[in-house]
Design a protein around this ligand. Sequence first.
Ligand code: HEC
Ligand code: HEC
Ligand code: HEC
Ligand code: HEC
Ligand code: HEC
Length: 270
Amino acid sequence: MVKKVFAVFFFAFSAFIVISSWGVRATLSQDAQAEYKDNNCVSCHAKLTTPYKLTSHYAEWQISTHKEKFVGCEKCHGGDPAIKDEKRAHQGVISPQNASSKLFPKNLPETCNSCHQGIVSSFTESKHYQKLKEAGIGPSCSTCHIHMASQVLYTPEETATMCSTCHNSPNKLMPPRPEIPEAANNVMQSIRRANTMVLWADRLVEQADAKKLDISDQKKEQKIARAMLAEAKVSWHAFNLDSVRKKADDAHDMSAKVKDSLRAKLFPQQ
Ligand code: HEC
Ligand code: HEC
Ligand code: HEC
Ligand code: HEC
Ligand code: HEC
């Protein structure tokens, strides 16, 4: 039963995020294309126009950070990108719906671990990971990150709704814990606020650099704020919600301090 609900909300949210991600990633540079000229997974799939499942997954990769960072299809799906022939290239490519696929939800943490060790080791600390391994229940990487991970399930409301499907569902699949979605909403707001403040301070750093001001202290503090924010994002994957919020709030406060002192240097008359 829980499994079924998991599947339903997974597809609903995937569709939602795919739609909301187009605008965001469409602006990435197309330069990486040349890097894939000998990759037959890419060149063949780029030409396919049907069915929806193939063309939409290709397009998601095309606009993703993974593409920009040279993570080709084979890095996750297997197969041999050097072979032109479809059948032979596909040897080792298994449908992600098949429990033996590296991309089956239960197996994703190990697959993504080859490049995202910090995040995955945080995730493995959680009850979610235990339940996923034991019973195939609980969110996996692709629950929150759509195919290609080009977008994260991001707004506080979306996140809380997702947590509610299990932790506060009307049909009482699990003991109701309304405080979990509420805390998740707060954590997401806190991460968002910290993201924005770091960006704001970055812009002031650029302005101060352009004016050749001495801001070495501010740059040091900004670097620490960035590291704290990155740490908050990593530890979110362990679902210790209070501790994530504290880290994100600390990152925010540190960047806000940088922002204030840069403004005082840049605009002393105000
Ligand atoms: C010459 C063209 C061609 C090449 C090369 C190719 N593919 Fe495909 N691929 C296809 C076609 C056509 C389909 C649809 C096959 C079908 O439905 O029977 C497909 C299907 C797939 C699917 C969906 C399978 C499923 O079970 O739903 C995946 C995943 C995939 N390819 C990955 C890859 C990867 C990874 C590579 C490189 C290692 C690759 N492809 C190379 C043409 C190609
Ligand atoms: C970062 C890892 C990653 C990369 C890189 C990647 N995929 Fe995927 N792919 C996944 C995961 C995870 C799933 C299953 C979840 C989903 O469908 O969103 C999947 C599912 C698919 C499916 C649907 C298969 C099915 O039977 O439902 C297709 C088709 C596909 N990918 C094609 C591609 C192609 C083509 C490329 C390269 C252009 C590619 N993928 C690159 C991780 C990846
Ligand atoms: C071959 C290495 C590789 C694999 C395998 C891989 N990734 Fe990534 N991923 C990267 C790189 C490189 C980046 C760019 C950011 C960075 O340097 O950490 C990235 C970025 C991301 C991002 C941030 C996306 C963004 O737009 O900023 C997410 C989320 C992500 N990966 C999730 C996953 C998931 C989920 C899997 C498993 C299905 C996976 N990755 C597998 C290399 C990989
Ligand atoms: C419950 C939802 C959820 C699950 C499950 C989840 N993530 Fe994330 N992930 C997030 C959020 C939220 C962020 C931070 C978003 C942001 O950058 O503002 C994030 C960020 C990331 C990043 C980028 C980190 C950075 O510093 O920018 C990577 C990489 C990533 N996740 C990989 C994974 C992998 C691999 C898994 C599976 C082991 C996974 N995630 C499972 C929600 C989730
Ligand atoms: C697919 C169902 C599912 C979803 C979605 C889900 N969880 Fe869970 N969660 C579980 C299961 C199962 C457990 C383990 C419960 C147990 O062992 O008592 C759990 C446990 C937890 C725990 C530990 C509770 C405790 O008291 O030890 C926290 C915290 C938690 N989840 C937070 C979240 C957050 C935050 C979200 C949304 C981002 C979320 N969960 C989404 C299924 C889910």
